[in-house]
Design a protein. Structure first.
Length: 107
């Protein structure tokens, strides 16, 4: 992939990402779906870190749709715990970087 260089004026203020395919990623590797979801949080950390590094003002992550409620109860429970674990695990890092989280939608 070619590197893209943007000036500060060209950098968008807001980027939105749809987290999708983590379960499929795991299945293709013979792993449980939850392993894919966990890997997705690692990718999200990279994205959050890079976004902060380049000065992105707002990052929106769409991580759970209404269709996800039809998944097995255990998987839904796991998905509900992941954001809390993610923020708890990296809380000091996020506070130091002045990164704030806001939940939106019907939670």
């Amino acid at each position: 992939m070619k590197n893209l260089t943007l000036t500060a004026a060209e950098l968008p203020r807001h980027v939105a990402i749809i987290m999708d395919g983590n379960g499929t990623w795991a299945k293709k590797r013979g792993l449980p779906r939850n392993a894919g979801h966990r890997k997705g949080t690692q990718a999200l950390l990279d994205i959050v870190t890079y976004s902060q590094k380049i000065g992105l003002k707002y990052l929106t992550v769409f991580a759970f749709s209404t269709e996800n409620w039809s998944r097995p109860k255990e998987e839904v429970g796991y998905l509900m715990k992941l954001p809390i674990e993610f923020i708890d695990r990296y809380q000091d890092r996020f506070l130091k970087a002045d990164i704030k989280f806001t939940a939106i939608g019907n939670i």
